[in-house]
Design a protein around this ligand. Sequence first.
Ligand code: CP
Length: 304
Amino acid sequence: MRHLMSPLDFSVEELDKLMDIAEDIEKNRDKYSHICDGKILATCFYEPSTRTRLSFESAMLHLGGQVLGFASADSSSAAKGESVSDTIRVISCFADICAMRHPKEGAPMVAASKSSIPVINAGDGGHQHPTQTLTDLMTIRSLKGSIKNMTIGLCGDLKFGRTVHSLINALKRYEGINFVFISPEELRIPDYIRSDVLDKNNIPYKEVIKLEDVMPELDILYMTRVQRERFFNEEDYVRLKDFYILTKEKMELAKKDMMVLHPLPRVNEISVEVDDDPRAVYFKQVQYGMYIRMALILTLLELV
Ligand code: CP
């Protein structure tokens, strides 16, 4: 039995296969519409979500399966003090596979160690968000044709943004990837990513503060929101939340085929006027997220 805790749990070849399945699902929806008949997905979300939870649920429903779960810790027995270990033992009696989001780093890993069904990390604190990374990789591969030889700018909250940490980890294995990290001083990528992921693997990168200075060199701009829920101090959040706002004027500095991705939700960091730019692909990205989660469910349930 396999779980998914980090994008590194799959080799590059396995990720390619997963994306091939997702592409086939996109083209041949009917072929997959009963493949999970009789199977149940549990979504155990101890932290708010729109996309991840609902795309998992939509994915399972499109595969012919059914879903159950909870959308907040308050509406589960976690509110009475039940541990994640006990909860997953209970969920294992009710479902065939579980997607779990938790504010504490490592909680889905603890669940996986006690589970008799596959567990998918749907985001753990500021640590990892592997299914968002699968979504991001699929978006890049589908729209750019491959995942290599490109300059990728990651902009915003690079300290607390788990989607950023997962994506850097995944992209380090692809050829010719060059990173540009764009953040205020206080929200730079964590030291462990710089030393253990980038320096150790000789991945080229630079860190800058001003987005405009690097716009012309980017093939992909990955915008992120400032993660209010991970700040200790509201004043710091208020000071930093509008540090970057991507506007039409800034988009004029970019390559004609640059793509803007965002894991969403968006707050202020991309002006809505940018949504009409064909290079803004963050809503297409959401659609790819459902297909890749369908492929992941099928793979972990060993149905493909
Ligand atoms: N991208 C993402 O994780 O969105 P949600 O928080 O809405 O699930």
